[in-house]
Design a protein around this ligand. Structure first.
Ligand code: FDA
Length: 392
């Protein structure tokens, strides 16, 4: 039987970060993953360029039953710290929008940076290795693996959430937490496209593939980013963001011409450009196909000069305050992250250690801390992995 000071389950962003830090402290570390390669989610992230952090990362960008839990880790290992490492490694990157940093080249560079650091820190990595059972012992933990068994003093669960089951995501981490008596905050798919019922889909069919800037709100939460009509419903960054706040049965409100009062614009056009086609006026502020459908649904006159007050107010409402009830989401199949997870009340925010089970740690997405879209989820993985790595 092999003995390790630290065993990390999951060679993702959080697990590798933790293993590196523990290895640097001279701990004997083993990382186990059932996948064939480490960092598979990093590889596919950010369209293959990995949005590895966000320069504005702050606790307000994270959702958790305890919004204060993430503060300590985010303060101790910041976006600046990770950026400095990326720069030292010589990885070229750029800011795309809203503080989001992407590799110029490929996400593989981030994976190579992490695996290189693991090797340097003497971390052992066992891939294609499944964990069959975990038991508490007097000295720590005993893990029964697909092949053989290992024991360790500290066990770190970095097995991620349930999103993208096709890539091997399971509920493993939550089951393990339950086994040790830790509560779980109910999980649900987040950063996920929203779907419509059949009738609505039929109406919006001509818009599939149309993208527009929008302000999307659910209750008091709003996001101003791009939105995309799909053949299932709505997607794009603004929708993915709001999906983390939206709940079944609720409506969302969409302003598809942010900053432009469409009713006022049409009224002005009625006076000054009456002979112009209404579609010409509306298409100055909306994608043409969207403008076309809005006019059709408002039964609007062809020329701007002939628009009735009623039609103008219908068009204004449809564009500036479209209120729509999604029926659901595309689920874990396409969700970027899992909302909920191991209840932070059961963890020490400075170390990620389970309060009631010394030696047991949870880091990354498996914990009930979920970031917005835009590099925040990786920052949580780096920060929570780093702090655990100082203690395990
Ligand atoms: P992660 O899921 O990365 O790693 C968990 C590891 O555990 C995996 O390697 C898995 O194989 C392994 N594992 C699971 N169960 C196991 C078991 N039973 N036994 C052994 N191993 C097991 N975030 C961001 O900040 N910027 C971005 O650009 C993107 N882009 C993006 C795109 C897509 C398509 C997705 C799905 C997600 C993103 N994300 C993102 C989210 C980000 O990928 C995610 O939050 C982090 O990868 C979470 O890191 P973890 O290390 O916690 O889990």
């Amino acid at each position: 039987m092999d003995f390790f000071d630290v065993v990390v389950i999951g060679a993702g962003a959080a697990g590798m970060m933790c293993a590196i830090e523990a290895g640097k402290r001279g701990r004997r570390v083993l990382v186990i993953d059932h996948a064939a390669a480490p960092g598979e989610k990093i590889r596919i992230s950010g369209g293959g360029r990995c949005n590895f952090t966000n320069v504005n990362a702050a606790p307000a960008n994270f959702i958790s039953a305890n919004p204060h839990f993430c503060i300590s880790a985010l303060r101790r290992y910041t976006a600046r710290d990770f950026i400095a490492w990326v720069e030292r490694t010589g990885i070229a990157y750029h800011e795309k929008t809203l503080g989001q940093l992407f590799c110029d080249g490929s996400a593989n560079e981030i994976i190579a940076m992490l695996t290189g650091a693991m090797r340097q820190a003497g971390v052992e990595l066992r891939l294609k290795t499944s964990v069959e059972a975990v038991a508490k012992t007097d000295e720590g933990f005993r893990l029964t693996l697909g092949q053989g068994a290992v024991t360790c003093e500290s066990l770190v669960v970095a097995s991620g959430g349930k999103s993208i089951p096709k890539m091997g995501a399971t509920g493993f981490g939550y089951d393990l937490a339950r086994q040790f008596g830790l509560p779980i905050v109910e999980t649900r798919p987040a950063l996920v496209p929203l779907t419509f019922e059949v009738g609505m889909l039929e109406r919006l069919k001509p818009l599939a593939g149309v993208s527009t800037d929008a302000v999307v709100s659910s209750g008091k939460t709003r996001f101003a980013e791009a939105m995309l009509f799909t053949h299932r419903g709505l997607s794009g960054p603004a929708i993915l963001q709001i999906s983390s706040y939206w709940r079944e049965g609720q409506a969302i409100t969409v302003d598809m011409a942010p900053g432009v009062d469409i009713a006022a614009t049409l009224k002005a056009a009625r006076q000054t450009r009456g002979k112009q086609a209404a579609i010409t006026v509306l298409a100055e502020h909306l994608p043409r196909r969207l403008a076309q459908l809005v006019l059709e649904e408002a039964a609007a006159a062809a020329n701007a000069g002939d628009l009735s007050d009623k039609a103008i107010s219908r068009i204004g409402a449809a564009v500036n305050a479209w209120t729509v009830k999604p029926v659901g989401s595309e689920g874990y199949r396409t969700a970027e992250v899992t909302l909920g997870g191991v209840d932070t009340n059961a963890l020490d925010s400075k170390t990620m250690q389970a309060k009631a089970v010394p030696g047991l740690y949870f880091i990354g997405e498996v914990v009930d801390v979920t970031g917005w879209l835009g590099g925040y989820n990786f920052q949580w993985a780096w920060s929570s992995g780093w702090v655990a790595g100082q203690t395990v």
